[in-house]
Design a protein around this ligand. Structure first.
Ligand code: AMP
Length: 316
């Protein structure tokens, strides 16, 4: 057994589905580690060893190198790191999306074991631990709640705010790491932290891509192979648009992105907006882009049956 397995500490639920449990039993047999399933257990363990700054990487599992880049960054800047794996039901406005969301817990543990250290913790709660009662809280994020993902996925960011605030309350991290891939989510979380007065520092990490430029995503594994072969078009369209900004105005860039992506059979662009990175207000002309602000082109694409998002900075 590779020696790096011997010092992992994992917090694993005892009442998951039997298939997951069997996988976990297999993993646990191979890895000599403590297992605790509860919020109480996690908090007790963190209290016992708490090193500062405590880093936190929340994920929904089905891990890939994008997630691992966050974990590596956390490990390099924090003496202790908590990684959570939890598919949060309240952020899925589409129940079939929740049902089909990939769950690969045994592979996730193996990937994490290559990066985490003795004091680091993997937290894998069940629904009852995160939501002992139904979470009825409603969050309001102004314009962040009205554009792009918020418009296409009503209630999504309320669910994100519920789970992230709950996880922050449980883990109490000093620094939390999120990916630039979920551009709007990052803005929502920064706003959530502002509104709640939480002292946690939010770090954003660059997007990690496949060789053809497709942004890594847990959902990529759900793409049909014919669709996957063409999916690099999303990145090529937005990166070309980004370099066209000096010679063309925004309506041209928007048509360019939509037409280029939709030339691929089975691809439909839900939106391509150029927005600032704080309030996410869409700009319609270059004159509306203000000096001192940063702008990003954000796209959502239905690729076959799967919804993908990506973004790129649009230089002024
Ligand atoms: P998820 O498991 O999809 O909730 O993602 C967990 C975290 O990983 C979020 O902060 C994401 O933004 C981040 N993430 C997902 N994909 C990537 C990627 N390709 N590059 C960098 N970060 C990513």
């Amino acid at each position: 057994m590779p020696h790096e397995f011997s010092f992992r500490r994992l917090f694993i639920p005892v009442n998951r589905g039997s298939d997951v449990l069997n996988s976990l039993r297999f993993a646990l047999k191979s890895i000599n580690m403590e297992t605790i399933s509860t919020v109480k257990g996690l908090q007790r363990a963190v209290k016992k060893t708490r090193l500062v700054p405590l880093g936190f990487v929340p994920t929904m599992g089905a891990l890939h190198n994008g997630h691992l880049s966050l974990v590596r960054n956390a490990v390099s800047s924090c003496p202790q790191v908590v990684v959570s794996i939890y598919v949060n039901p309240t952020q899925f406005n589409d129940k079939s999306d929740l049902k089909n969301y990939p769950r690969t817990i045994d592979d996730d543990l193996i990937m994490l074991s290559a990066v985490l250290r003795e004091k680091d913790i993997v937290f894998i709660p069940i629904d009852k631990e995160i939501y002992p009662e139904e979470d009825k809280r409603e969050f309001h994020f102004g314009n962040l709640d009205r554009v792009m993902e918020a418009r296409e996925r009503p209630g999504h960011f309320n669910g994100v705010a519920q789970v992230v605030s709950r996880l922050f309350e449980i883990v109490k991290p000093d620094i939390a790491f999120f990916g630039q891939k979920d551009f709007q989510q990052l803005a929502v979380i920064r706003e959530l932290v502002r509104q709640t007065g939480n002292k946690v520092k939010i770090i954003s990490n660059p997007i990690i891509r496949e060789e053809d430029g497709l942004a890594m995503s847990s959902r990529n594994r759900l793409l049909e192979s014919e669709v996957r072969k063409k999916a690099g078009v999303i990145w090529s369209a937005i990166s070309e648009a980004s370099s066209m900004i000096h010679d063309h105005d925004i309506p041209f860039l928007i048509s360019y992105v939509i037409n280029t992506i939709e030339k691929a059979e089975g691809f439909h662009v839900e939106y391509f907006n150029i927005v600032d990175d704080e309030e996410l207000i869409p700009v319609n002309t270059k004159e509306e882009m203000k000096k001192g602000k940063r702008y990003f082109g954000c796209v959502a694409v239905k690729a076959g049956k799967i919804r993908l998002i990506d973004n790129i900075e649009i230089p002024l």
